[in-house]
Design a protein around this ligand. Structure first.
Ligand SMILES: [Ca+2]
Length: 382
């Protein structure tokens, strides 16, 4: 089944939403300076060396047990903290049936690694925040020095929230259902009046790539590469459309949290969830990983280039050194994977293991989270 290369609903840049906000409050004069900041050079310089973004110095967790424990007692796996061992191997990465940037299907080998069984939860992220005092990007007031021509009243912390329109809208304009909401952040996923109380086991959202990297560093982990993520998602199965097989709903069963019904305003909730679901609500893949399809998109460490697969190295590809998105030239983006509760086959079809999404690394959304990986010795053979 081939899909048209239409613009994707989840491909977003925060400043489009800042821009929308600006228009709403009648500050049209801001448009030029805000957009002008998006030059590729400026972006690459700022975000490859994000010194100015760190409000809190994040040091690795002092109590983090290390893989050295394994050398003393190979049967003591406490240092993995419940992670799943993903055996290395060779697989066919990409897909012929999805978007053009999923081609060509090519052979890739990855070394073994440990991976979080679940998407990172609000409860886990809160431990990190309490231990470090880290402030996520969505909670920070944009700096006047970064926006010298913006009036102070336009510089408000916030994040991007899915807001379904009341009626039908054409699917080519994702601005129709995404909104920049002042006060939205990981503690307030839908805005200031919302809360994560009772949602401790839900995946954390509104975490920008930099926030995810800060967490990973503290936890003694890292983000997966795009290749590691896809290898792990496929669970050792070759070239299947979905991580569970080629049928979307085998025996009528919903295998992941994604969108049923008409997008973006007709969710029929057949899978039981309107937005994020508690992690592990759907069956795991063959490696024992949960929510590798749907629930929330997951950050990886790779930059996005649409034609990377044509030239990527075969062994342990780390992603390109630069980024380019033809739909938004000048905005460098990191890869996210796995799809979310908003994905529908009629549009982004993101819950396939081959689907590649891209988002600027300073952007948080209420459908994007992450999970970590780490290197280390494999478990002892039983
Ligand atoms: Ca997911």
């Amino acid at each position: 089944m081939s899909k048209p290369p239409e613009p994707n609903p989840h491909q977003v840049s925060p400043w489009k939403f800042v821009l929308a906000l600006v228009v709403v409050v009648g500050l049209v004069a801001l448009i030029s300076p805000l957009l002008a900041r998006k030059s590729a050079k400026d972006y690459a310089t700022r975000y490859d060396a994000p010194k100015g973004l760190g409000h809190a110095v994040v040091e690795p967790k002092p109590t983090e047990s290390s893989a050295s424990t394994a050398k003393q007692n190979p049967n003591d796996l406490s240092w993995t903290n419940g992670m799943v061992w993903i055996p290395g191997g060779t697989f066919q990465m990409g897909s012929e049936e999805g978007q053009p940037d999923e081609k060509p299907v090519h052979e890739v080998t990855v070394d073994g690694f440990w991976m979080d069984k679940y998407e990172l939860t609000n409860a886990e992220f809160e431990k990190f925040i309490k231990a470090t005092g880290y402030v996520t990007i969505a909670e920070r007031k944009p700096k006047q020095e970064d926006f010298p021509e913006a009036p102070p009243e336009a510089l408000v912390p916030g994040s991007i929230v899915f807001t379904p329109p009341p009626g039908d809208v054409p699917l080519h304009n994702h601005m129709a259902w995404w909104r920049y909401v002042p006060g939205a952040n990981w503690r307030h996923p839908e805005g200031p009046d919302s809360t994560i109380v009772g949602r401790e086991k839900h995946p954390v959202v509104h975490v920008a790539w930099f926030d995810a990297v800060a967490y990973a560093k503290w936890a003694g982990k890292r983000l997966p590469t795009e290749a590691e993520w896809e290898f792990a998602a496929r669970g050792g199965k070759e070239k299947l459309t979905y991580i569970w097989g080629n049928e979307k709903t085998p025996d009528g069963k919903w295998m992941a949290n994604f969108w049923q019904g008409k997008f973006p305003n007709g969710n029929t909730l057949q899978d039981g969830f309107k937005s994020q679901s508690p992690v592990g609500s759907f069956p795991p893949n063959d490696y024992g990983l949960y929510d590798m399809a749907g629930n929330v998109w997951e950050w990886t460490s790779d930059w996005y280039l649409p034609d990377y697969y044509a030239k990527s190295p075969k062994a342990n590809p780390q992603g390109p050194q630069e980024s380019y998105d033809p739909n938004e030239p000048g905005v460098w983006k990191r890869i996210t994977r796995g799809g979310s509760y908003l994905c529908t086959e009629a549009y982004c079809w993101g819950y396939r293991p081959a689907m590649r999404m891209k988002t600027s690394p300073d952007t948080g959304l209420n459908h994007t989270g992450f999970r970590c990986v780490r290197n280390g010795p494999p478990p002892p053979k039983s």
